[in-house]
Design a protein around this ligand. Sequence first.
Ligand code: BES
Ligand code: ZN
Ligand code: ZN
Length: 531
Amino acid sequence: MCADLRASKPTPLTLRNTMKEFDSFLERELMKLDLQTTEPSSLPADLLVVLAADSNVSKEKDARPELLLFTADESVHKAVSQVLAGGEFKAKPNETLLIHGPQALKASRLLLVGTGKAAKFSIHDLRRAAGTAVRYAKPRNIRVLSIVAPSNFSPARTARAIAEGAIIGDFESDTYRTDRTGQSVDSVTVLISESDLQDAEPGLREGTIVAESQNFARALINEPANRMTPTILGQKAAEMAEQSGLHCIIYSTDKLRELKMGAFLGVAQGSDEPPALIVLTYEPPDAPAEPVLGLVGKGITFDTGGLSLKPADSMEKMKYDMAGGASMIAAMRAIAQLKPKVKIISIICATENMPSGKAQRPGDVQIAMSGKSIEVINTDAEGRLVLADGLFYARQLGATHLIDAATLTGAVAIALGQVNAGVFSNDESAYEHFVTALETSGEKFWRLPVEDDYRDQIQSAIADIRNTGLTRYGGATNAAMFLKEFVDDTPWVHLDIAAVAWLDADKPWIAKGPSGASVRSIIEWARRYGQ
Ligand code: BES
Ligand code: ZN
Ligand code: ZN
């Protein structure tokens, strides 16, 4: 089926906007990461980073912390003993303390980063601590960091977590600020023992690939809708594919008509910008015929709501409504480098959702590619419409296992807040696969139901289904129920990332703006099918 794709001609692309600033972000020098076996105290570093936990098991509120340094280097212990005795540093998660000119160390500065209670210290705390160290250094013009690796986890996982945290921590969303100072960290050295060096190398490489891909998604999402049209998103996917050795085809309106993608076209018809159906394929020669994974993403480059227009304060950030699509493009970038032995197709349905004289109306009936008729009750429930055709098309191209990511519902934010994203599945094995992937990615997802008892919510009187629930209750599940109509029995995992794809405020380890949430989990989900 991929051969068929190759035979067909892509729609020519026209670039309507210049992308100067954006390109300069993506083409910037990447952070350099390396491993070294030097003793921390004898390294002449600009900034030596040492992690510290609180090993006091007392649950009492004012229990004095017992500080545990994650290094065996005696000179480091000596250098910080006086400061620690002072009691001002408590090793709370991501707490920082800088020591200038630490005694008996070659480094000019030492940064302590807290990781919280020692008994609970996890690989995900380590990822965050590395991000915190980088974000501490950036505004202080420190460009070179050395982080002492704790020895609690395997060398590969340790190096991977530090690489991920450092690269993710380096990203900033201030692309268009003229006072942007380009505060990036140039290099991070992971200090590790001689015996761990060899095992750590693949971890450092994987962490770099995964985190650079997550930042790639964030860069795409961060672009305003006037500079990230469906066509430009297709162009960016095509460029990435070219650089990564993936096959890529971008289709537009004509092909959508040929495929009878009535649901996708219904959303696209209101906009002057042509839609883009982005198809990326990864087909390694050593992969078995099955499974074929289908990665489907919602790529609404701007969601006004259509004629069911959003109020201004809900519309403001709707450039990020293509975050699911960006996650899939980014996941494919990582997959091309990690080279799992499994076939993967990715479909991104990109369009604007605009009101106009050509826009679909509430009450219109659209016929999806699958042949199902849909009553469009609310034109703001557009994500499920484009995904209906995207998911069905992925199956038609041979996908045996599906995963989709979408900023699909405000309801998922009401249900889960901005911490966990929603995960839905019709298949225990595909779901278990995803849960296992979360152990590596450290991302938070909470399962919500998608089961037939909810089916009456999307029953229409005039058509097969309606695009919103009969009631406002269980909105995230109603959306998932809609998607399920186009997935049928194909094992499927649906990720509703509406509430986690955008961070409203800085955190010590990550900048505000696009989070790139779901990228790491999707990569790992896919990779595990190819092991
Ligand atoms: N893109 C929105 C969902 C969204 C909301 C994403 C908030 C990010 C933050 C989606 O297309 C939408 O508008 N959904 C509607 C569905 C409703 C009309 C049934 C919603 O959630 O209000
Ligand atoms: Zn919408
Ligand atoms: Zn939307």
